[in-house]
Design a protein around this ligand. Structure first.
Ligand code: UT7
Length: 344
């Protein structure tokens, strides 16, 4: 039997494709952090017990991070993703059965396959709609938003849930102080709906595969074991240099595509990796830091989850308001980078 929401979808599709331009708008946001909050002081003492030396001063000064959340052992990315998705759907006033596209951006999937998106779909109690993962590491959410936007604009979907979710604690080598103090776990999600009013104004995506080795988990499964390393490896300085080089450029490209300028940005919502990268990008875009959403201090680097987590935090705290113009931008392993301009 045809459900009322299916009839509504069909009517909307017919009306919008026939008569008016079709856009994708964010109609709900949600996020989830695992309850175990680990401060720098907690981490310093845990690492000291295994002979690894670091300090709150070093972590704060070099990164801006003060705390992060770690999932309990056995908690997988899909659980965090589902919790964030449910909050986003609640904010949008939708039921899981209204969703016709699920995209999960993650580098820490539950399994080699199937996709975490399929696992999320099942946990949401729905079936039939398209569901797939996007792998662009820390740029994953911007990639996923861009793909969902294109699918909605083309009429391939009407109501998407786009999730960034990670359990990076599983791939951290706690003997490597240059990486283990930087990352955390979490998930953020947005509901994206077809609309006659512009929402996602423009996007810009890039990758340069010659930098694969500077940020990677260089392992695979084969013969029933992990071949290579299952831990995150990063040349922090190389990533830092590339990041500060490309972020302002991609933001300017996206602004130009949308016919806007830096002065139109109400909020810069960057990937939350390092406060120094965010400050440098804001400066290049001539934005005061009071226009930058900063959550890296409380979340650490949650990779693909960091932007939707920051967005939801800013929406729920009342910082981000309806109608405001948001610049989302990220860099990550691959090397990947990109941005999206959003009218919220
Ligand atoms: O999410 C994807 C994008 N990722 C990023 O954007 C990360 C980009 N990179 C960065 O954010 C920074 O490069 C880091 C935060 C990773 C490192 O900061 P840095 O200012 O580039 O430090 P560094 O690697 O140059 O290391 C400086 C010193 C070294 O000691 P020496 O050689 O000067 O004696 C390190 O051994 O700091 C030492 N160090 C530490 N000391 C205390 C490295 N890690 C630690 C630590 N605690 N945890």
């Amino acid at each position: 039997m045809t459900q009322p929401s299916q009839i509504k979808n069909q009517l909307f599709k017919t009306a919008t494709t026939a008569t008016i331009a079709r856009f994708a708008r964010i109609t709900g946001t949600g996020s989830y952090l695992p309850p175990n909050r680990v401060t720098n002081a907690d981490l310093v003492s845990q690492l000291a017990a295994t002979g690894i030396e670091t300090s709150d001063d070093w972590i704060v000064e070099r990164t801006g991070i003060r705390a992060r959340h770690f999932s309990a052992q056995g908690v997988l990315t899909s659980e965090l993703a589902v919790a964030a998705a449910q909050k986003a759907m609640q904010a949008a006033g939708l039921l899981a059965s209204d969703i016709d596209l699920i995209i999960v951006a993650t580098s820490t999937p539950d399994m080699v396959f199937p996709s975490t998106a399929c696992i999320v779909q099942n946990k949401l109690g729905i079936a039939g709609c398209a569901a797939f993962d996007i792998q662009a590491v820390c740029t994953g959410f911007v990639y996923a938003l861009s793909v969902a936007n294109a699918m909605i604009q083309s009429g391939a979907a009407n109501r998407a849930i786009v999730i960034g979710a990670e359990t990076f604690s599983r791939i951290l080598d706690f003997k490597d102080r240059t990486t283990c103090v930087l990352f955390g776990d979490g998930a953020g999600a947005v509901v994206l709906e077809a609309s006659a009013t512009p929402g996602i104004l423009a996007t810009d995506l890039h990758a340069d595969g010659k930098h694969v080795g500077i940020l990677c988990v260089p392992g695979n499964v084969g013969g029933g074991a992990v071949e290579g390393s299952a831990f995150l490896h990063m040349d922090g300085q190389a990533v830092f240099k590339l990041a500060v080089g490309v972020l302002a450029d991609t933001a300017r490209t996206t602004l130009a595509k949308a016919g806007k300028t830096e002065t139109d940005i109400d909020w810069l919502i960057p990937h939350q990796a390092n406060i120094r990268i965010m400050t440098s990008t804001a400066k290049k875009l001539k934005l005061d830091m009071d226009k930058v959403v900063v959550t890296v201090d409380q979340h650490g680097n949650t990779s693909a989850a960091s932007i939707p987590l920051a967005l939801d935090t800013a929406v729920r705290s009342g910082q981000v308001k309806q109608g405001q113009t948001l610049m989302l931008e990220a860099v990550g392993g691959g090397f990947t980078w990109g941005s999206a301009l959003v009218q919220y």
